[in-house]
Write a protein that binds this ligand. Structure first.
Ligand SMILES: Cc1ncc(COP(=O)(O)O)c(C=O)c1O
Length: 418
């Protein structure tokens, strides 16, 4: 399959899981002598063949530095790198390629905005509003810049179901709020936030809005202009591309005013010992040799996703989540953490007094991969009074059989700890 060709499944409902799974070689292996049931997609999802092919081709035949060489390989690498940027732009409906900054992932994207925009916009008495359900990546970079500038980090509370308390969020939005940083989908709870409503409220209060989209990109089609967000951060490895590549979408008018985040090659037009002149967007924020192969792979991943009917993905993942929730609640002592009305395919839970790590280890022996721990969301754990949860998270290639395997593994854990 060609790297740039869309997958031949445009608009098709996800009824034929077997043929879809055939695209993902990582799923077809034995783990601990059992067929793998991969349910750790919120951490990293598997890559489909077109993405793997694109990486191999780039690395094998087009490996050269970008923007620098006059030779054929460099020009091929540059075309592939910039071509991917354009396809990512189109995929999220950004107005221009100047608004697509390649980064290492969501964490780096948020650090870039916190450091560059936060560092120049915030002052003593100003506030950055986040929510209690944020990943550490959308808390700690803001803490760092608040420490530097004298601004204050304010968390908006969440309810017992794990939904944002929108009234409290609105009350906390004041003339002191300069930046709102909010997750689109919670990795620890699965909650889908009412993003457009939050963005409108934040803008009405005069704040700039950054969205942590790490967990939304694999589950839904995101349109940054329809959302009207100022920044949208995401990672390749959660949306069927490899690790080490991600994107910061930023509104051009804001990116233009922001100082560079890192200095080095690529991000300058001229350098002298007196002063340097920054490059145009998006290169002002892309210092050093970039992850060319990662960018090409992310381009291939959006091509792949562009060939899939996202209504069908949503329906499929919703059905899996419902089925998994039912199967889980059949077990003694099962408690789901995060019961929001709008949820993506994330099921966080505890099972009696069995520690989440023990659950993870026992089901791993059955070939079932889940995540256990605080999921880089310690404030969420604190809010629900648990040290850790087990988390099964679904991708478009998961099946009811994967869920049955998880349920069987959890029954084993109950027997062992009985
Ligand atoms: C909601 C959320 N935000 C941010 C991140 C950080 O992403 P990365 O480690 O790819 O930078 C994650 C990763 O789990 C996440 O789930």
């Amino acid at each position: 399959m060609s790297a740039s060709a869309p997958a031949p499944r445009r608009g098709a409902p996800i009824t034929d899981i077997a043929s879809l799974r055939a695209d993902f070689p990582g799923l077809h292996q034995q783990v601990r002598g059992k067929p793998l049931a991969y349910l750790d997609n919120a951490a990293s999802s598997q890559c489909p063949v077109p993405v793997l092919d694109a990486m191999l081709r780039q690395q094998k035949m087009n490996h050269a530095n970008v923007h620098r060489g006059v030779h054929e390989l460099s020009s091929r690498a540059t075309d592939a790198y910039e071509g991917a940027r354009e396809r990512i732009r189109a995929y999220i409906n950004a107005a221009s390629g100047t608004e697509i900054v390649y980064t290492r992932g969501t964490t780096e994207s948020i650090n870039l905005v916190a450091s560059s925009l936060g560092g120049s916009l915030l002052g003593a008495g100003d506030e950055v509003l986040v929510t209690e359900m944020e990943h550490h990546s959308n808390i700690v970079p803001w803490q760092l810049v608040c420490e530097r500038t004298g601004a204050r980090l304010v968390p908006a509370p969440i309810t017992e179901r794990g939904e944002l308390d929108v009234d409290a969020f609105e009350r906390l939005l004041t003339e002191r709020t300069r930046i709102v940083a909010v997750g689109h989908v919670s990795n620890a709870l699965g909650t889908i936030n009412p993003l457009r409503e939050l963005i409108d409220k934040a803008h009405a209060a005069g704040a700039v809005v950054l969205v942590d989209g790490a967990q939304a990109m694999p589950h839904m089609r995101v349109d940054v202009r329809a959302l009207d967000c100022d920044f949208y951060a995401f990672s390749g490895h959660k949306m069927y591309a490899p690790t080490g590549i991600g994107v910061l979408y930023g509104r051009e008018t804001l990116l233009d005013r922001m100082p560079p985040y890192q200095g080095g090659g690529e991000m300058i037009l001229t350098v002298s010992f007196d002063r340097s002149v920054w490059n145009s967007l998006p290169y002002k924020f892309e210092a050093g040799t970039p992850n060319v192969t990662g960018a090409v792979a992310l381009g291939a991943a959006v091509d792949y996703l562009g060939g899939i009917d996202f209504d069908a993905v949503t329906e499929h993942e919703r059905a899996l989540l419902d089925y998994a929730s039912e199967r889980l609640l059949e077990l003694d002592g099962a408690r789901i953490i995060g019961t929001a009305r709008h949820k993506a395919g994330v099921l966080s839970f505890v099972l009696g007094s069995i520690h989440a790590h023990d659950l993870g280890t026992i089901v791993d022996r059955e070939g079932v991969a889940i995540r256990t721990g605080h999921h880089c969301a310690m404030p969420v754990m604190e809010r629900f009074g648990v040290p850790a949860t087990a988390r099964a998270s679904f991708a478009l290639y998961n099946s009811r059989e994967d869920v049955d395997r998880l349920a069987a593994g959890l029954r084993k854990a109950l027997e062992i700890f009985a």
